[in-house]
Design a protein around this ligand. Structure first.
Ligand code: AMP
Ligand code: ZN
Length: 472
């Protein structure tokens, strides 16, 4: 299967050609762990999961790397504003280290609920300070930096290609420069590689460096960590569309300046999920999390289906009605799959009839055209409606397609009516205890209790009226 992507670098649909035969180096900008991820934040990780599954389906061995920004990230991408981690630590009355650990756990709890595969390398910024210092040193040795007001800056005037991927010329960048001007900078688009003069008192996370005690700029972490795990030149880099003009532009400049070669071949960016009344913002608050959806009685996987129903490069408007539609569709799909499973065994794709082969080919064409997941979902439904495809083939098709879509169809089971079963007091107490654990955000405990109940043959299903249950 040949895969094509719309490369943000050049803005055209290009056939994917790996640097090394059969292998893919994939870097994805990860979360900043000072708060819960909102449902918009989960879009990049979901589309990157589909991307990775598609590449694996196409036969590539993927090395998937993602950073976790657990060191100071300012409230503004361009070096202005307040440190997000410190702000959050102050508000929550916790240390910055505890904040980072707590929200990193919460993030991976959400990815698990959305059936997102964990990257092969999850690298924390705080564990790669030496690599960042070494890259800043290289940039300094090569003459790409200057020190001003105690901070080390990247001198964008020394990198003529600055802004090329973003399609920004210097003129535009000047225009787009922020009104708050850092007087230490020679050019408004220059950015900090290493801070020693923190604007914030009691900066908790600091390290020794050749330029004094301080902490790294945000952009350098992705450049240093991707080089460590994927080398100086790799295949694909992903992130949200907001990263194009500043974060990814700066990552490219410092990586190519330090490594002396082209850095990334394909750039894939997802558009935003927005609310009807506008943007979602993690730093400004007032957003929905995956847990909010679960608390309202949805399964987190309903949200995965909702995301798949839009193309990752199109803006998606979140409404409860559209989430309802996603839930109905996903539940219908699970029910259909369970019925097919009850009817017999899946036919292997190698033994497909012409009609089944045609559906599979359509699906593969759609996913390989820049990950057209909405068309792929339509393929699934047309397969289910077809009179020319046998039940065994339908099941074979669904399971094969689900290797990419990740809707957990293999686990679909026919459900009994959930009401009217008798509970013994021990199980009732356990369910109560799980509710308490969830209220206290102790996900490890709540998951353990759920697993204990499962081991006793009791399945809990969250609903708006509270947890319901059934005996397996
Ligand atoms: P952050 O944790 O704030 O660094 O954001 C994590 C990822 O979410 C980044 O790749 C952002 O580009 C992306 N992102 C932020 N807001 C949204 C949104 N509303 N919809 C889709 N992606 C988003
Ligand atoms: Zn990044």
């Amino acid at each position: 299967m040949k895969v094509k992507f719309l490369n943000s670098d050049g803005r055209e649909l290009q056939e994917f050609k790996p640097i090394e035969n059969g292998k893919v180096g994939l870097y994805c900008c990860g979360p900043t762990v000072y708060n819960y991820a909102h449902i918009g934040n989960m879009r990049p990780y979901t589309f990157e999961d589909v991307l990775r599954r598609t590449l694996e389906y196409a036969g590539y061995e993927v090395n998937h790397v993602m950073n976790v920004t657990d060191v100071g990230h300012l409230t503004d991408d361009g070096d202005e504003g307040e440190d997000k981690m410190i702000k959050s630590a102050r508000e929550q009355g916790m240390s910055v280290w505890d904040i980072a650990e707590f929200f990193t756990k919460a993030f991976f709890h959400d990815t698990e609920r959305l059936n997102i595969n964990i990257p092969h390398h999850v690298c924390k910024a705080t564990e790669h300070i030496d690599e960042m210092i070494s890259m800043v040193k290289t940039l300094e040795d090569k003459g790409f930096t200057y020190t001003s007001g105690g901070n080390v800056y990247f001198d964008t005037a020394k990198f003529p290609e600055y802004g090329k991927m973003a399609g920004l010329d210097k003129q535009e960048l000047q225009h787009g420069a922020r009104t708050v001007v850092d007087t230490n900078k020679k050019n408004p688009q220059d950015f900090v590689l290493w801070f020693t003069k923190s604007k914030f008192e009691n900066q908790a996370m600091t390290w020794n460096s050749p330029w004094g005690v301080g902490y790294p700029g945000w952009h350098i972490e992705c450049s240093a960590m991707s080089s460590k795990y994927l080398g100086p030149h790799f295949d694909i880099h992903c992130g949200g569309i907001d990263h194009i003009p500043v974060h990814h532009t700066n990552e490219i400049a410092q990586s190519e300046a330090a490594n002396g070669c082209k850095w990334v071949n394909y750039w894939l960016h997802n558009e935003f999920v927005i609310m009807k009344n506008g943007k979602m913002s993690k730093s400004k608050g007032g957003f929905l999390t995956v847990q909010d959806l679960v608390d309202k009685g949805y399964d987190a996987m309903d949200y995965r289906y909702f995301l798949l129903a839009g193309h990752y490069r199109s803006q998606l408007i979140f409404t409860w009605e559209s989430l309802d539609a996603a839930r109905t569709a996903r539940e219908g799909l699970l029910k259909k799959t369970a019925q097919l499973k009850a009817e017999g065994v899946p036919v292997d794709p190698r033994d497909f009839s012409e009609a089944a082969e045609k559906v599979l080919k359509d699906f593969q064409d759609h996913i390989s055209q820049d990950l057209n997941t909405p068309r792929c979902l339509a393929d699934i439904w047309s397969c289910l409606k077809s009179n020319d495809i046998s039940s065994g083939e339908k099941l074979g098709l669904l399971l094969d397609m689900d290797r990419i879509l990740g809707l957990n169809l293999a686990e679909a089971e026919l459900k009994e009516d959930l009401s009217g079963e008798a509970l013994d007091s021990e199980i009732e107490a356990m369910i109560q205890q799980r509710q308490e654990a969830r209220k206290n955000k102790d996900f490890a405990l709540s998951d353990r209790i759920r697993d204990d109940l499962l081991a006793r043959g009791i399945q809990i299903v969250d609903s708006p009226e509270g947890p319901k249950w059934k005996k397996n």
